[in-house]
Design a protein around this ligand. Structure first.
Ligand code: SF4
Ligand code: FES
Length: 240
């Protein structure tokens, strides 16, 4: 199998972006975009970019588990946000595979973006129990725990932008882990945060549902979380 990886590169946030193409050949049917990215760093460029004449700069991209578990390799592949380690080259229909960084987050370098705003949001929402919580909501917590904090849902969300009040499903999922079991005192504090950070911002387009690599049933989780946080349908939460 022969693929040309056409990658949008940028040295840092202030630099001009430019395209570079790399040739990758493999006989592994299961090779992914992440496999190719890991291999091409030392290879010759097909179309030398403006930096080829200067000092060589290795391709920068984030990855860790390579098993769809950490969310680090989130990027835009063939115009669709996805995980590089979850995208098989054999499933890319054209010989050329177009690869770009996520666009909703500040660029760091090449395919690396700064997603610390997602973590800061969880801190602002205080996604933890202040005191011992009661039982219930285990099924919701299990579904929510599948969230990788990859940010792909935010990339396709028409309502999310960095710096806005709406945290998107990357905030809703972690909140869902505790929302059904909040102690009374904490509910008074977390409820308004949920309403402002999740409920009021969501336009229910559910673009996130289709893109989530963890296949979280976001619609169901959101319905149950809204019920628990806003209307307090405690009895139905346990039947999630
Ligand atoms: S809800 Fe899905 S797409 Fe969004 S951050 Fe979590 S795992 Fe990623
Ligand atoms: S490297 Fe961990 S999800 Fe792709």
């Amino acid at each position: 199998m022969k693929k040309i990886l056409r990658i949008l590169r940028q040295k840092d946030a202030e630099s001009q972006s430019y395209w570079e193409s790399y040739l990758y050949e493999t006989d592994q049917e299961a090779a992914t975009v992440a496999t190719a990215l890991a291999a091409i760093t030392d290879r010759d460029l097909l179309e030398p970019g403006p930096e080829k004449s200067g000092a060589y700069r290795p391709l920068a991209w984030d990855h860790s588990c390579l098993q769809r578990k950490c969310g680090a390799c989130a990027m835009v592949i063939n115009h669709k946000p996805c995980l590089a380690c979850d995208t098989r080259l054999a499933d890319c229909p054209e010989e050329t595979v177009v690869i770009e960084p996520l666009k909703k987050f500040p660029l760091v370098e090449d395919l690396i973006v700064d997603r610390t705003s997602m973590m800061k949001r969880l801190k602002d929402l205080e996604v933890w129990f202040d005191e011992e919580a009661g039982p219930g909501g285990e099924n919701m917590a299990f579904e929510a725990s599948k969230c990788l904090q990859c940010g792909l849902c935010l990339e396709v969300c028409p309502n999310f932008y960095t710096g806005g009040k709406f945290g998107g499903m990357a905030a809703m999922a972690p909140l869902s882990r505790l929302i059904a079991r909040l102690p009374e005192g904490q509910r008074k504090k977390t409820g308004p945060k949920y309403i402002q950070g999740v409920y009021e911002g969501c336009g229910k387009s559910l673009a996130c549902q289709k893109i989530c690599p963890a296949s979280i049933n976001i619609e169901k989780l959101m319905v149950k979380s809204n019920g628990a946080a806003i209307w307090r349908r405690w009895t139905s939460v346990d039947k999630y």
